[in-house]
Design a protein around this ligand. Structure first.
Ligand SMILES: CC(C)(COP(=O)(O)OP(=O)(O)OC[C@H]1O[C@@H](n2cnc3c(N)ncnc32)[C@H](O)[C@@H]1OP(=O)(O)O)[C@@H](O)C(=O)NCCC(=O)NCCS
Length: 116
């Protein structure tokens, strides 16, 4: 897994969903830039991907107390190679971002509120 700092634009209704009552549209985030589990290990040990997401969440929360800000974990779910990754991220609490949603995309921009 590799993580980078990010920012996402949310609509008014998306902000309401997360009780974000301030006038800015752009919200700081930490992005999962790469995530992959070696096929042999994912067969042998179930839950490594989920474990890495939990770790990213902890890192983002720690980051908030020490250095940079993040309200969300974000990811561009790569549905071109495997449509199932959408279900994987949904099971881990991610929801699609309406701002970047586009039927023809090969990735789907998603977010997870780390304080929910
Ligand atoms: C996606 C990936 C990281 C998931 O890792 P993993 O260790 O297999 O995932 P977990 O064991 O934590 O799975 C958690 C749940 O998601 C489901 N899930 C995981 N990968 C899935 C997939 N590709 N399609 C459908 N469901 C999936 C699991 O069945 C499990 O469901 P359950 O709790 O109901 O049993 C791994 O399959 C992978 O490396 N894929 C190739 C690279 C990739 O697509 N990365 C994401 C790019 S955005």
């Amino acid at each position: 897994m590799s993580l980078i700092m990010d920012a996402i634009k949310l609509s008014i209704s998306e902000k309401l969903l997360h009780n974000l009552n301030y006038p800015f549209r752009t919200i700081p985030a930490m992005k999962i830039a790469k995530l992959a589990v070696d096929h042999n290990f994912s067969k042998k040990y179930k839950g490594i991907g989920t474990f890495m997401i939990a770790n990213a969440e902890l890192l983002a929360i720690t980051c908030n107390t020490e250095s940079c800000a993040a309200r969300f974990l974000t990811v561009d779910a790569d549905i071109e190679h495997d449509k199932g990754v959408l279900a994987f991220y949904e099971k881990n609490g991610f929801i699609p971002n309406t701002e970047l949603y586009n039927k023809n995309r090969t990735t789907i921009s998603m977010r997870k509120d780390i304080y929910k």
